[in-house]
Structure formats: C-alpha cells, structure tokens
Design a protein around this ligand. Structure first.
Ligand code: ADP
Ligand code: MG
Ligand code: ZN
Length: 487
C-alpha cells in the first residue's frame, strides 16, 4: 500500500479496537487438578489424568483460582455474578487432549467494569464487557529439540493452568490507546497479585479486534481479529498496520472481510488465517462435571477488603497528598515498587516535589538503562535531598553524588564527607578566596567601580574556580557585593 494512501485513509477513518486479554493466574496448582502451575519445567512433568484429559478423570475447581479471578474482577470494578457456569468449548487441536476447553460462556464470573487510561493530561474509562475463567491448553513444540526437523511435540504442562479472559468493549481509538490500556491493565493485575505480567512467558496474552469507520460516524465497521501478538509493542504495531489496511480498502471502494488474521512481526503485517466461513462453531454446552460456581457476598467482600490500594486510587492520593501534577502521579504509580519507593523518599526528605523529580528522572532513567531494581535505598535518596535543602551540597554536586551512590551503595553523607564534596559556606574561607580574586584582578575591579555591575558574575565565576566549584554561590554573591562596596 503506498504510504500516501495510508496517510489519507488515517485522516478519513477512525480505528475502533476491543482487546481480549488472557491472563494466567498466580496459583500454586492448576485450575482443575493438583498439578503444579509452573513455567519452565521439562515437558510433560506436571501432568495427571485430569489435565491430560484421560477418560473418567473429573475436574475439581481450585478455590484459590476463583479468589484470584475475583481479585481481578473487583480491581477492575466489575460486577461479580452470584452464579456463573462453566461450559465446554469444543474444538479439535493437538494441544487439547479432551477435545474441548473448559471455559465460561453465557454466564461469566463477572461483567461490566472499567480500566482508566491516560487521556492527555487527564484520565478516561475503557469499559469492560466481562471477565471469565477458563483453563489453558497445552503447547506445541516446533523447535529446539533433536527431533524438531521431522516432528513436533506437545507439552501438557500448561494444560489446565488457570486463566482469566478480560474482554474490553470496543472503546479504544488508536494503537497508542491500546498500548496505554494494556499497560494500565497489567499494572492493576500486578498490584492485585493476580498475575506476574510477563508477556514473554505467556502469562499475559492478547488478541486485538480492529475495525475502522468514517470519522464522525457512530456505526461500527466489520471487525478483524488479530492473533499471534507477543508483546505490547507488537499489539500496537499490528493495530496500526491493520487500521491502515482497512482504511485503504474502504477508501478504494472495497470491503473489509470479517476474518481472523495473524500478525507477522518480521514482515510488520497481518495475513489472513481464516475467514467467516471457516470460523469455528464451538458448540458450547454447560460442563456436566462441574456444578455452577456460586460466589456469595461474604466471599466478594472478603476479597474486596484484601485488595491493596490500586494504581488509580494511589494516583489520586499522590496528586492530592503531595500536590503533584496528575501526569507525574501517573508515572510514579505505574509500578507498585516505584510508588512505594517514591513515598519513602518523599516522607524521609520532607520534600515531595524534589522526591518526585529525582524518582521520575534519575531513578527511572537508571532503572531503564540497567536492571529492574533500584540500587539506591530510599533512605539514601531522602538524605541526599536533605543535604541539598540544607545547603550542604549544591544541586550540581548532588547529581555526581547520586551517580556515586548508585555505584557504591554508600550513604550520601558519608560520601560527601570523605570526598570533600560539601559546599563551602564558611564565611572566613570564602572571604579569603574573594580577597585573593580581587587582589589578582585590579582592572576588573576598576571596571566594576565605574558602574559596570554586570562584571559581578565574572567575579563569582573566578571565586567558584578557586574553590573547585564548591563555594556556596549565593553566599559568594552576597559577600562579593559587600566586599566590593566596602573597599
Ligand atoms: P467473540 O465472542 O466473537 O470474540 P465478542 O462480541 O465477545 O465476540 O467481542 C470480542 C471483542 O471484539 C471484544 O473485545 C469487543 O470489544 C470487540 N469488538 C466487537 N465488535 C467490534 C468492532 N466492530 N470493532 C472492533 N472491536 C470490536
Ligand atoms: Mg473472541
Ligand atoms: Zn493435572
């Protein structure tokens, strides 16, 4: 597609996106058996008759899996249904030994709800349609084994791992918004302890439904479902590409076909996988081996009471309590560890504005460059801010001290003392440095006396040089003026 045509179609057509996110629950065992729910073990070591789908084996629902699904539902403001029903979703595939997946269909665990995403300087709600529980399928192994040239294998360790599927309404309007939504949703799931949020290990998986419509119109266009999205970035790339493809089709008078397409990350494009005609008919029917799931109000309230402060709540509290702009509060609360770190620094230093500046710039940059952990304890950063506020070190020196703190793990007070980095605020010492500068620059002194007050800055610079940059600049300024006037 010519680039110019794609650009035009973007101006004419608005993308409409709804996401289906699968999230593995952080349980110790699988959803319907006692096998370990663990990633990375040798193939087919965590299996039993239930998750291998052997005849006669009966599923027993894990209470902890339901509790985690409830945590996700309440953390996203869903309504928990008092009764939900497991159903068989029938299809044939080698990774599905029973020939059906146990899922929820007509009566899901939770409905409604929303996730807040950044919208310019403020936030807006993306509505959820539902959250339902299901079991994961096994995994086909196509590469990495001695026999991979001639055969594929099946690993059933993942078969029966508990999942929730979080289905959004078609409320997203761009690839960036979809990325925002996934980031916000992941943060909620991590805060709530529902998931570990690693998309690489498959604990978060996403399908994107994309349509376009002429800008300014309401009716939804024909939707395409995109699969094989293995990172948030690829979700955004795929949506961007797919919306462009659909817009160009409509613009040239053709139609969008309702179909499932696969994202090819290497080529940066989607390709048809199956059309409407080949769409699966899953023949859903209620699972006869499991009773309806009944969740009473006590259980719901118990789970609700056990939830921590969630990102949106924390963001509002930070904005109010520490007088931070909404945007800053959003950045600081995106990750629980960062939010906790910021709060310790803010409390320990008594200077929330400085704490937020340091965390948002220096600390997050360091984390981005290097590992995920924060290498400077919150107490040390708080102490550094107190040293600046007390005038013991300059803001400039503080940046160097911060670097040294990051490398050595030392407390800033000790570092400053040992390396003699403290600001010189001792009047006698500064006076003698000033005198030395004035004595050595009679011409400049004469210029100053003629009324060229602008040369004061030059003197300050000379004194700073003499003191190796450690003189307290404000004090030098005052003392210089006084000395020049006295003499
Ligand atoms: P299915 O059961 O076939 O997957 P759903 O109605 O449950 O269909 O919708 C699945 C996802 O598709 C939801 O996230 C929904 O928001 C989204 N969706 C539905 N219609 C459209 C549309 N016209 N354009 C974009 N997304 C859509
Ligand atoms: Mg679907
Ligand atoms: Zn098992």
């Amino acid at each position: 597609m010519p680039a110019a045509a794609a650009r035009d179609s973007r101006a004419l057509y608005e993308p409409v996106i709804g996401l289906e996110v699968h999230c593995q629950l952080l349980t110790a065992t699988k959803i319907f058996c006692a096998c370990p729910n663990r990633f990375g073990d040798p193939p087919n070591t965590n299996v039993c008759p239930v998750c291998l789908g052997l005849p006669g084996a009966l599923p027993v629902l894990s209470r902890h899996a339901v509790t985690l699904a409830l945590r996700a539902a309440l953390a996203t403001h869903c309504t928990v249904q008092p009764t939900s029903v497991f159903a068989r979703k029938n299809y044939f595939y080698p990774d599905l030994p029973k020939g059906y997946q146990i899922s929820q269909y007509e009566q899901p665990l939770a409905t409604g709800g929303h996730v807040e995403i950044a919208d310019g300087a403020s936030f807006r709600r993306v509505r959820l349609n539902r959250i339902h529980m299901e079991e994961d399928a096994g995994k086909l192994l196509h590469e990495g084994f001695a026999w991979s040239d001639s055969r594929s294998g099946v690993d059933f360790n993942r078969s029966g791992v508990p999942l929730i599927e979080i289905v959004s309404e078609p409320d997203l309007r761009s690839a960036e918004e979809a990325h925002e939504y996934l980031t916000a949703l992941k943060a909620i799931l991590l805060y709530a302890g529902v998931s570990d949020g690693t998309m690489e290990e498959g604990s978060l998986r996403c399908d994107a439904n994309v349509s376009v419509r002429p800008r300014g119109t309401e009716a939804l266009g024909t939707r395409v479902e995109i699969k094989n999205l293995n990172s948030f970035r690829n979700v955004a790339r795929a949506i961007e590409h797919e919306a462009g493809r659909q817009g160009a089709l409509l613009q040239s008078g053709r139609e969008v076909a309702q179909e499932t397409r696969l994202w090819n990350a290497d080529k940066g494009e989607t390709a048809s996988m199956r059309g409407k005609e080949e769409a699966h008919d899953y023949r859903y029917f209620p699972e006869p081996d499991l009773p309806p799931l009944v969740v009473g109000p006590e259980w719901v309230e118990e789970v609700r009471a056990s939830l921590p402060e969630l990102p949106a709540q924390k963001r509002r509290r930070f904005a109010a309590e520490y007088a931070l702009p909404d945007y800053d509060a959003g950045v600081l609360t995106a990750e629980r560890a960062v939010a906790d770190y910021f709060e310790s620094v803010a409390r320990g230093s008594g200077n929330a504005k400085a704490a937020s500046n340091w965390v948002m710039t220096d600390v997050l940059r360091k984390r981005k460059d290097g590992d995920e952990t924060v290498a400077v304890p919150a107490a040390h950063l708080a102490e550094l801010i107190r040293l600046i506020d007390a005038g013991t070190i300059s803001g400039r020196t503080a940046k160097d001290v911060f670097e040294r703190m990051w490398e050595t793990g030392e407390a800033p007070g000790a570092l400053v003392a040992r390396e003699g980095l403290g600001q010189v605020s001792d009047e006698a010492e500064l006076r003698s440095a000033i005198q030395a500068v004035l004595d050595g620059s009679p011409e400049q002194v004469a210029t100053y006396r003629k009324g060229k007050a602008s040369t004061l800055g030059w003197f300050v610079g000379q004194v700073m040089r003499r003191t190796g940059g450690k003189a307290n600049p404000q004090l030098v300024n005052e003392l210089l003026k006084r000395t020049l006037e006295e003499q």
